[in-house]
Design a protein around this ligand. Structure first.
Ligand code: ATP
Length: 309
């Protein structure tokens, strides 16, 4: 378990992690989300003692990281996949780490196999692609068979097969009872892996919730209805909590009534519908809405007109 309490980190006069509290529980995958520059990496660095907080505290299995005599058995982390000696082979890199904790060679072979690196274990790490580097970082994180696994942007640079591999691996680690934390700035990707979400912006906690609750709270994306008589249908559907917008002559986007209700009203009045489609919720949109005011590096909108969905 990781427990952060009122964690605060300042660089100069800038507060990059601001009074942040959260818990990463055993048996769950916790997605740590935030836009670029939100403070995710800084927080993770404080978890493993690479940065020290100006205020607050963070513990790993009940103690600060530095107080664990053999920390690789407590928490395995992937923070910067490229921070590996480029002249070393993958095998030697893992062996060097293993020596520090008296971990047997057999375990090194195991994590090489687990990470799908068997065919390149004798190659120098400097020649590795970003994806292979990520796999090596994950292998290193698992070396000590830790109860907690913490990965900073683990799917970065991985191809779709690699993304699926990470997703399945993290699920399995959580199902084995480990606490898994992964950071990302992609909501939809994280929603496919995580159970629990900790969302930050400008170093502050914006949401601490479950994926299921986040999806439910994101609300319905509305219902798209096509009919030749949009004016007639519109007048039948209006109501106090109903919003109706129109993107074309024969289409309506309805919020506040579900597809079943709309179909029943249309049928009762003999109106022919050509389409009646509930719109999928855009998790990415809900995430951007939540973090909009906390985005560090705001880009000019590509499309200034936001769609009603
Ligand atoms: N050593 C440092 N000195 C000064 N400022 C820093 C330092 N490390 C990070 N920062 C600043 O702290 C803020 C948070 O950075 P951090 O890397 O933790 O964010 P992040 O959420 O991991 O972002 P990303 O998704 O882009 O990796 C940024 O504004 C960054 O410029």
């Amino acid at each position: 378990m990781i427990e952060a309490r009122q964690l605060t980190k300042r660089y100069g006069d800038k507060t990059v992690v601001d009074n942040l509290s959260f818990t990463v529980k055993s048996g769950e995958v916790t997605g740590f989300l935030g836009p670029n520059g939100a403070g995710k990496s800084t927080t993770m660095r404080m978890v493993v003692g690479l940065d020290s907080p100006n205020a607050g505290s963070v513990t790993v299995n009940g103690r600060p990281y530095a107080r664990h005599p053999a920390p690789l058995h407590e928490i395995g982390s992937l923070l910067e996949a490229k921070s590996v000696h480029p002249g070393r082979t993958a095998f030697n890199h893992l062996m060097a780490l293993a020596y520090t904790h008296g971990i047997a060679r057999g375990r090194v072979d195991e994590v090489i196999e687990l990470a799908g690196l068997a065919s390149v274990a004798g190659k120098r790490v400097g020649a590795f692609s970003l994806g292979m580097g990520q796999r090596l970082g994950i292998a290193a994180a698992l070396l000590g068979d830790p109860a907690i696994v913490m990965l900073d942007e683990p799917v970065n640079g991985l191809d779709p097969e690699g993304v699926l591999w990470v997703r399945n691996l993290l699920r399995r680690l959580a199902d084995e009872g480990r606490a898994v934390m992964l950071s990302s700035h992609l909501m939809s990707e994280t929603a496919q892996i995580a159970d629990h979400l900790v969302i930050i912006g400008r170093g502050r906690l914006l949401a601490d919730t479950t994926v299921d609750d986040f999806i439910r709270d994101a609300g319905s994306g509305g219902v798209k209805v096509a009919t030749a008589d949009t004016a007639g249908l519109r007048s039948l559907l209006v109501g106090p909590d109903v919003t109706i917008t129109s993107s074309s002559r024969d289409e309506l986007m309805v919020h506040g009534r579900d597809a079943r209700e709309i179909g029943a009203i249309a049928a009762a009045h003999g109106l022919v519908l050509h389409e009646l489609t509930p719109q999928a919720v855009s998790l990415e949109q809900a995430f951007m809405d939540l973090t909009r005011d906390a985005v560090e590096y705001q880009s000019a909108p590509a499309d200034t007109v936001r769609k009603a969905a």
